[in-house]
Design a protein around this ligand. Structure first.
Ligand code: C2E
Ligand code: CA
Ligand code: CA
Ligand code: CA
Length: 278
């Protein structure tokens, strides 16, 4: 896959390509990890480009198979999706991210927003909206501070059903972003049909902004599209100052990436926030 080859531990990817019983073995160790609480969330700050202000964070899942040894989510989330484990796991992610948000709110970061990834298989569950409602009530966070990141693949389902669900979610006050926008096969029709708040520009397009011909890339097209549709834009994977300046000049409002901060545990995020100016 395109995310590999960045020097990340590639612990399971070979095994994933092997036999079904191998997948079963990994799945059972994932289940065990889930119940043994070897899973955790890290949080990557999101920045308003014009002001440099922190506006929120994205919650990202981590699996520590042994001390210091991490399996990247790309290598186990597909398995969790295929097996249905994503449903309880996704609920756990939502609860844990809301708890983090609550802590930050208590510290006085009142406007802080938490972005949470929701996989297609999880979103498709009939009980998804009532689960979301329950978690929000239990965790005493404001719905308007939550943003769900969905990929374009949600649009492969029956569009009326999806829109009904999206409307229910937005009625709660929760916002919706389309993640990895432009990497799917349906971007334009998705945008025409789905009611969402934000577009998230995938980091593969952000990476192009350092190249010799910035204007020929995909990112400017997505940004123009977002403006046309009155959607806020956020770029992920911003690693360089050139990328930051390009995005700002093109009218992309928000960004996250290693240039600003790496994903970090909640305690470190609290320290990091305290060290921010203003
Ligand atoms: P994503 O939603 O597109 O998340 C962005 C990925 O880019 C994250 O990888 C993040 O750590 C990484 N990243 C952030 N800034 C930079 C940068 O400047 N440069 C580079 N090279 N990478 C950067 P991560 O944490 O490995 O997550 C991979 C994918 O796993 C996510 O992609 C998302 O699709 C999925 N995922 C992660 N957590 C969850 C979760 O709780 N639930 C679900 N359903 N999926 C999740
Ligand atoms: Ca995401
Ligand atoms: Ca992405
Ligand atoms: Ca993704």
């Amino acid at each position: 896959g395109k995310r590999l080859g960045r020097g990340k531990a590639n612990y399971f990817s070979e095994a994933l390509g092997r036999a079904a019983h191998e997948r079963m073995r990994i799945l059972s160790s994932l289940r065990a990890a889930f119940s043994a609480e070897q899973l955790s969330l890290v949080f990557q700050p999101q920045i308003e480009l014009a002001s440099g202000r922190v506006i929120g964070a994205e919650a990202l899942l981590r699996w520590e198979i042994e001390p210091g040894r991490w399996v990247p989510p790309d290598q186990f989330i597909p398995l969790a999706e295929q097996s249905g484990l994503i449903v309880p796991l996704g609920e756990w992610v939502l609860r844990t991210a809301c708890r983090g948000l609550y802590r930050l709110t208590e510290l006085g970061y009142a406007g802080f927003r938490m972005a949470i990834n929701v996989s297609h298989a999880q979103f498709r569950e009939p009980g998804f909206v009532s689960m979301l409602e329950r978690v929000l009530a239990d965790s005493r966070v404001e719905a308007a501070r939550i943003e769900l990141e969905l990929t374009e693949s949600v649009a492969m389902d029956h569009i009326d059903e999806i829109n009904t669900k999206l409307a229910d979610i937005r009625r709660l006050g929760v916002r919706i972003a389309i993640d990895d926008f432009g990497t799917g096969y349906s971007s334009l029709s998705v945008l025409r049909q789905l009611h969402v708040d934000r577009l998230k520009i995938d980091r593969s397009f952000v990476g192009e902004l350092d190249g010799p011909d910035t204007k020929a890339g995909i990112a400017p097209l997505i940004i123009a599209l977002g403006h046309q549709c009155n959607l806020t834009l956020i770029a992920e994977g911003v690693e360089t100052e050139v990328q930051r300046q390009c995005l700002l000049a093109m009218g992309c409002q928000e960004a996250q990436g290693f240039l600003f901060a790496r994903p970090m545990p909640i305690e470190r995020l609290e320290d990091w926030m305290a060290a921010q100016p203003g």
